[in-house]
Design a protein around this ligand. Structure first.
Ligand code: MG
Length: 161
Protein backbone atom coordinates (compact mmCIF):
# COMPACT_ATOMS: atom_id res chain seq x y z
CA UNK A 1 0.00 0.00 0.00
CA UNK A 2 1.18 3.50 -0.82
CA UNK A 3 0.29 6.41 1.42
CA UNK A 4 0.83 10.07 0.67
CA UNK A 5 0.74 13.06 3.00
CA UNK A 6 1.39 16.76 2.50
CA UNK A 7 2.89 19.37 4.80
CA UNK A 8 3.05 23.15 4.74
CA UNK A 9 5.58 25.55 6.24
CA UNK A 10 6.06 29.32 6.48
CA UNK A 11 8.73 31.64 7.85
CA UNK A 12 9.49 35.34 7.90
CA UNK A 13 12.62 37.17 9.08
CA UNK A 14 13.68 40.78 9.29
CA UNK A 15 16.31 42.12 6.89
CA UNK A 16 19.01 44.65 7.77
CA UNK A 17 21.90 46.21 5.85
CA UNK A 18 24.65 43.60 5.54
CA UNK A 19 26.82 41.41 3.39
CA UNK A 20 24.42 38.77 2.13
CA UNK A 21 22.68 35.72 3.54
CA UNK A 22 22.13 32.01 2.97
CA UNK A 23 19.18 30.41 1.17
CA UNK A 24 19.15 26.63 0.65
CA UNK A 25 22.68 26.67 2.10
CA UNK A 26 23.87 28.87 -0.81
CA UNK A 27 25.38 32.32 -0.16
CA UNK A 28 23.34 35.11 -1.77
CA UNK A 29 25.57 38.11 -2.33
CA UNK A 30 23.70 41.38 -1.71
CA UNK A 31 23.56 44.41 0.58
CA UNK A 32 21.25 42.83 3.14
CA UNK A 33 21.53 40.21 5.83
CA UNK A 34 18.85 38.20 7.63
CA UNK A 35 18.32 38.85 11.34
CA UNK A 36 18.05 35.49 13.13
CA UNK A 37 18.87 33.40 16.18
CA UNK A 38 20.20 30.63 13.92
CA UNK A 39 22.11 31.16 10.65
CA UNK A 40 18.85 32.56 9.25
CA UNK A 41 18.42 30.26 6.26
CA UNK A 42 14.73 31.03 5.95
CA UNK A 43 14.23 28.66 3.02
CA UNK A 44 15.48 25.70 5.07
CA UNK A 45 13.33 26.84 8.02
CA UNK A 46 10.11 26.85 5.96
CA UNK A 47 11.13 23.55 4.36
CA UNK A 48 11.84 22.00 7.78
CA UNK A 49 8.49 23.16 9.13
CA UNK A 50 6.69 21.68 6.12
CA UNK A 51 8.39 18.32 6.73
CA UNK A 52 7.52 18.41 10.45
CA UNK A 53 3.95 19.35 9.50
CA UNK A 54 3.65 16.45 7.05
CA UNK A 55 4.30 13.90 9.80
CA UNK A 56 2.14 15.67 12.38
CA UNK A 57 5.06 16.95 14.45
CA UNK A 58 5.28 20.32 16.21
CA UNK A 59 7.08 23.29 14.65
CA UNK A 60 10.79 24.19 14.59
CA UNK A 61 10.42 26.45 17.63
CA UNK A 62 9.34 23.41 19.67
CA UNK A 63 12.53 21.47 18.81
CA UNK A 64 14.90 24.46 18.62
CA UNK A 65 13.59 27.27 20.87
CA UNK A 66 15.19 30.65 20.11
CA UNK A 67 15.43 31.26 23.87
CA UNK A 68 17.96 28.41 24.05
CA UNK A 69 21.58 29.67 24.02
CA UNK A 70 22.72 26.21 22.86
CA UNK A 71 20.96 26.72 19.52
CA UNK A 72 22.36 30.22 18.88
CA UNK A 73 23.86 30.42 15.35
CA UNK A 74 22.94 26.76 14.81
CA UNK A 75 23.23 25.61 11.20
CA UNK A 76 19.85 25.35 9.48
CA UNK A 77 21.17 22.14 7.90
CA UNK A 78 21.27 20.60 11.40
CA UNK A 79 17.69 21.76 11.96
CA UNK A 80 16.62 20.24 8.63
CA UNK A 81 18.41 16.98 9.40
CA UNK A 82 16.45 16.63 12.65
CA UNK A 83 13.19 16.79 10.66
CA UNK A 84 14.54 14.32 8.06
CA UNK A 85 15.46 11.91 10.86
CA UNK A 86 11.90 12.07 12.24
CA UNK A 87 10.53 11.58 8.71
CA UNK A 88 12.73 8.54 8.10
CA UNK A 89 11.84 7.08 11.50
CA UNK A 90 8.20 7.11 10.42
CA UNK A 91 9.06 5.30 7.19
CA UNK A 92 8.37 8.19 4.82
CA UNK A 93 10.46 9.81 2.13
CA UNK A 94 9.99 13.06 0.27
CA UNK A 95 8.20 12.84 -3.09
CA UNK A 96 8.48 16.50 -4.10
CA UNK A 97 8.81 20.00 -2.65
CA UNK A 98 7.48 23.36 -3.84
CA UNK A 99 8.99 26.46 -2.28
CA UNK A 100 8.21 30.17 -2.71
CA UNK A 101 10.52 32.96 -1.55
CA UNK A 102 9.06 36.48 -1.28
CA UNK A 103 11.74 39.15 -1.46
CA UNK A 104 11.55 42.61 -2.99
CA UNK A 105 14.83 43.90 -4.34
CA UNK A 106 17.40 41.10 -4.36
CA UNK A 107 17.19 39.04 -7.53
CA UNK A 108 17.40 35.31 -6.80
CA UNK A 109 16.93 33.95 -10.33
CA UNK A 110 20.71 33.72 -11.00
CA UNK A 111 20.98 31.41 -7.97
CA UNK A 112 18.02 29.15 -8.76
CA UNK A 113 19.90 26.18 -10.25
CA UNK A 114 22.60 26.32 -7.57
CA UNK A 115 19.93 26.37 -4.85
CA UNK A 116 18.09 23.44 -6.43
CA UNK A 117 21.33 21.44 -6.65
CA UNK A 118 22.01 22.19 -2.99
CA UNK A 119 18.50 21.08 -1.95
CA UNK A 120 18.90 17.98 -4.10
CA UNK A 121 22.00 17.01 -2.11
CA UNK A 122 20.55 17.93 1.29
CA UNK A 123 17.35 15.94 0.66
CA UNK A 124 18.75 13.20 -1.58
CA UNK A 125 15.98 14.16 -4.02
CA UNK A 126 16.10 14.66 -7.80
CA UNK A 127 16.08 18.31 -8.95
CA UNK A 128 13.05 17.37 -11.08
CA UNK A 129 11.12 17.06 -7.82
CA UNK A 130 12.20 20.45 -6.48
CA UNK A 131 10.42 23.66 -7.44
CA UNK A 132 11.67 27.12 -6.43
CA UNK A 133 9.56 30.20 -7.19
CA UNK A 134 10.59 33.77 -6.48
CA UNK A 135 8.05 36.56 -5.99
CA UNK A 136 8.15 40.21 -4.99
CA UNK A 137 5.59 41.83 -2.68
CA UNK A 138 4.77 44.53 -5.26
CA UNK A 139 6.36 47.20 -3.04
CA UNK A 140 3.79 46.58 -0.31
CA UNK A 141 4.28 46.26 3.45
CA UNK A 142 7.51 45.24 5.22
CA UNK A 143 8.70 42.88 2.48
CA UNK A 144 8.00 45.48 -0.20
CA UNK A 145 10.04 47.98 1.82
CA UNK A 146 13.04 45.59 1.98
CA UNK A 147 12.58 45.15 5.74
CA UNK A 148 11.72 41.44 5.59
CA UNK A 149 11.88 38.21 3.59
CA UNK A 150 9.41 35.34 3.77
CA UNK A 151 9.30 31.73 2.59
CA UNK A 152 6.57 29.16 2.00
CA UNK A 153 7.12 25.44 1.55
CA UNK A 154 4.83 22.65 0.50
CA UNK A 155 6.01 19.05 0.71
CA UNK A 156 4.53 15.73 -0.40
CA UNK A 157 5.79 12.60 1.37
CA UNK A 158 5.28 8.95 0.47
CA UNK A 159 5.41 5.62 2.29
CA UNK A 160 5.26 2.26 0.57
CA UNK A 161 4.39 -0.74 2.75
MG1 MG B 1 13.28 31.16 10.86
Amino acid sequence: MISYKTGFGFDIHRLEKGNGFYLAHIKINCNYSIVAHSDGDILLHALTDSILSSIGENDIGYFFPDSDEKTKNISSVDILNKALELLNNKGYKIENIAIIIVLEKVKLTPYREQMKESLSKLLNLSVDNISLHFKTNEGLDSIGENKAISAYSNVCIIKED
